[in-house]
Design a binder for this molecule. Structure first.
Ligand SMILES: C[S@@+](CC[C@H](N)C(=O)[O-])C[C@H]1O[C@@H](n2cnc3c(N)ncnc32)[C@H](O)[C@@H]1O
Length: 312
């Protein structure tokens, strides 16, 4: 079965990637292949699409979606941090467009059965790549209390981290926590009732986000990828990144700014001695947000923000 996915900000991605027939583009996060199919159609005839996803289901789905275009499409079951190496191995020196649409696909959330969401009763796994060795349950059951506090605070920006970590350590002493529902109930019970009622989001949202980030090493991989962007793009080529939380967006924004600035010399140096020159320029100063029309029709788009940069 081919699964479809309502792609976030489709119009904006088409417009900002600005692909032309004959171009080479990379979709680093295939998911339901919605954006990737649009990009492929924009580069045909003569162009090609390279696609990666670390989730086996997304890759199997992409093979089906792109079956009619096999000679123009190359799909890899890999982490996007490997894209520079993949391009090297294909002898590609530069591409014209790169898309990262971060986070989870609807398929992972609804049918993944890996406990990404606090809804339902599923194994507490959260690996996007099932070849990875550590699951969310491993982290929850094996980390000491202080490490749990740090994880929830740093990656979930959760103010109740201490209370939640203490409750987890107490619960797991009776029996290991192996299901998403168990964890979600422990988190809810650890929170002051007043706060639970005040919050607009589910009380376990931040804890689940933090665990998912750690299990999938999301921020490290994004950082590594962003550092390599100018080396992968042709002059005038563009990168579009859609992120869904401030930790990801900060990494993207700061790396684009650093490449835009070029020089790394301290401000009080009379002249540049580092020799670094600008390698990217932002296409829009601020993050681009989905339209109100889109967020009303697709609540998944609510927290999306898009950043776009061009190789100079
Ligand atoms: C929001 S979905 C992408 C949706 C897609 N753009 C579409 O139009 O259907 C995010 C996808 O990125 C994948 N992903 C997230 N981080 C990744 C990484 N570091 N390397 C490879 N794939 C990743 C996830 O497995 C998921 O399938």
């Amino acid at each position: 079965m081919i699964f479809t996915h309502t792609s976030v900000m489709p119009q904006e991605i088409r417009e900002y990637l600005d692909l032309k027939p004959g171009n080479t583009c990379v979709d680093c996060t295939l998911g339901g292949s919605g954006h990737a199919l649009t990009s492929l159609k924009a580069v045909l005839p003569g162009g090609r699409l390279i696609g990666t996803d670390q989730d086996r289901d997304a890759v199997e789905n992409a093979h089906k979606v792109f079956e009619p275009y096999a000679s123009n499409v190359h799909i890899f079951h890999d982490n996007f941090s490997k894209v520079p190496r993949i391009l090297d191995s294909m002898g590609i020196e530069g591409v014209d467009g790169i898309l990262l649409d971060l986070g989870l696909s609807l398929h992972q959330l609804r049918q993944g059965k890996r406990g990404f969401s606090f809804k339902g009763d599923e194994p507490l796994d959260m690996r996007m790549d099932l070849r990875a060795d550590r699951t969310a349950a491993d982290i929850v059951n094996q980390s000491d209390e202080k490490s749990l506090v740090d994880i929830f605070f740093k990656y979930g920006e959760e103010r109740m981290s201490r209370k939640i970590a203490r409750a987890i350590v107490k619960a797991r002493a009776a029996s290991p926590i192996t299901r998403n529902r168990e964890l979600s109930e422990i988190v809810r019970a650890a929170m002051p009732a007043k706060l639970v009622h005040q919050q607009k989001i589910h009380p376990a949202t931040r804890v689940f986000q933090a665990l998912r980030i750690v299990v999938n090493k999301e921020l490290e991989r994004l950082e590594r990828f962003m550092e390599a962007v100018p080396d992968m793009l042709n002059p005038g080529g563009r990168i579009c990144v859609i992120s869904f939380h401030s930790l990801e967006d900060r990494i993207v924004k700061q790396q684009i700014r650093a490449f835009e600035k070029g020089c790394t010399c301290p401000r009080d140096f009379p002249k540049c001695v580092c020799g670094f020159t600008p390698r990217l320029k932002s296409v829009s100063r601020k993050a681009i947000l989905p339209t109100q029309e889109e967020t009303e029709a697709n609540p998944m788009a609510r927290s999306a923000r898009l950043r776009v940069a061009e190789k100079v």
